[in-house]
Design a protein around this ligand. Structure first.
Ligand SMILES: *Cc1c(COP(=O)(O)O)cnc(C)c1O
Length: 378
């Protein structure tokens, strides 16, 4: 009997090997052109991503955090304006609000989907609320239609943090679908290497159908410039470089295939784990497909023991996120305390994300589920 099998949380190298000649060729072309910043490759990628998403504007930027900051800057909010978001997310979502001296108002999440609860958002809206920033956590959309019903009549902006859900389809009640990141007023995306569409370095993008916001965000990302050496507003320098754009343009062609590979691995996990009463497999909502940026189970007891046991078998796993943001030192000043967001707090002690990437094969998946079953003596 095998003792250990070395499995990766993500496997970007083997993914690269399958498209190596295409990627290498594109990188070489950028080097030959020596247009490393802005220029043709970046424009081509923006156009192709625009078409994939079915959105009017794609503005590439330096990373997902910049995307959020530029989007929020474009809304022209004032110090102390309230922005509603979730405590159960990667720090960027909250960080940019704090940096911009806005007032983050946190709302607990829905236990099934891990995403912000529209009921609680409705409850937290005030006359000072200017924006809502839902996060499509782990690859599945937040309940955008409900959130839209809250935001639209009040003139509140809806800004999607779509960093984990590129390629997901949102399904409206009338059956129509739209890509994640094309539903709110603005959406932010990250091309961090491990994301659904990952660069070989940093990268990010902003999506919108609003021409005015697009113009403003493009300018903010470029020093607030309106025409050469004319500065209309205070901006930043945030751009995707041409080598990353070239790599992403190749990988975009395979994005749907990559998502399918993730969904196939997720179905394998489901089938082999669903009968174990001590764990809960990821629940699916009816208003979104799931791209499985992460495959996250809930382990009510002994989560950390399971993680250690898996590690002993060569199986990595991750806790996203071990401590909700309202309980972090940096955000204590917001005045929240333990008990304010009981679902986020409870789930932070239960969640465990299993290896999930495009290169998982049956032998690896079998090894992983067997180890989990062994731990629970199934
Ligand atoms: C990855 C991520 C970000 C930040 O993206 P970077 O490119 O690393 O700056 C923001 N929000 C969420 C939910 C993310 O997963």
């Amino acid at each position: 009997m095998q003792e250990k099998m070395n499995i990766s949380m993500v496997d970007l190298y083997n993914q690269y090997l399958k498209i190596k000649s295409e990627v290498d060729n594109e990188i070489e072309q950028v080097i030959r052109s020596s247009v490393f910043v802005k220029g043709g490759k970046v424009n081509e990628f923006e156009a192709n991503l625009k078409q994939y998403l079915g959105v009017n504007h794609v503005i590439t930027v330096g990373n997902g955090t910049d995307a959020l900051q530029i989007a929020i800057t474009a809304l022209d909010l004032h110090q102390g304006d309230e922005v509603i978001t979730t405590p159960f997310t990667f720090v960027s979502t909250l960080e940019v609000l704090a940096l911009m001296k806005l007032k983050p108002v946190l709302c607990d999440i829905d236990e099934a989907s891990f995403n912000i609860s529209p009921e609680l958002v409705a409850y937290s809206v005030s006359p000072r609320t200017r924006a809502i920033v839902p996060v499509h956590l782990y690859g599945q959309c937040a309940d955008m239609e409900c959130l839209h019903d809250i935001s639209a009549p009040r003139g509140i902006y809806l800004i999607e943090d779509a960093c984990q859900a590129l390629g997901a389809d949102y399904i409206y009640k009338n059956g129509q679908t739209a890509k994640a990141g094309t539903i709110g007023d603005i959406a932010c995306n990250s091309f961090f290497p491990t994301k659904n569409l990952g660069a070989m370095g940093d990268g990010g993008a902003i999506f919108t159908n609003n021409d005015d916001l697009a113009k403003r965000m493009r300018s903010i990302a470029n020093h607030g410039m309106s025409e050469k050496y004319v500065y209309q507003q205070v901006g930043v320098n945030s751009r995707l470089d041409a080598i990353q754009a070239a790599i992403l343009d190749v990988k975009l062609k395979y994005l749907d295939q990559y998502i399918q590979a993730r969904q196939t691995a997720a179905a394998f996990y489901d089938n082999h784990l669903k009968d174990i009463p001590e764990i809960k497999i990821p629940e699916r909502v009816d208003y979104s497909t799931h791209t499985f940026h992460q495959y996250t189970i809930k382990v009510a007891e002994k989560r950390d023991e399971l993680q250690a046991f898996l590690k002993s078998k060569g199986i990595p796993s991750m806790v996203y996120y071990p401590r909700p943001l309202h309980l972090q030192e940096a955000y204590k000043y917001l005045g929240y305390k333990t008990g304010d967001f009981p679902i986020a707090e409870k789930l932070s002690e239960q969640v465990l994300s299993l290896p999930m990437h495009t290169e998982l094969d049956d032998a690896q998946l079998t090894w992983i589920v067997s180890a989990i079953r062994e731990f629970f003596k199934k």
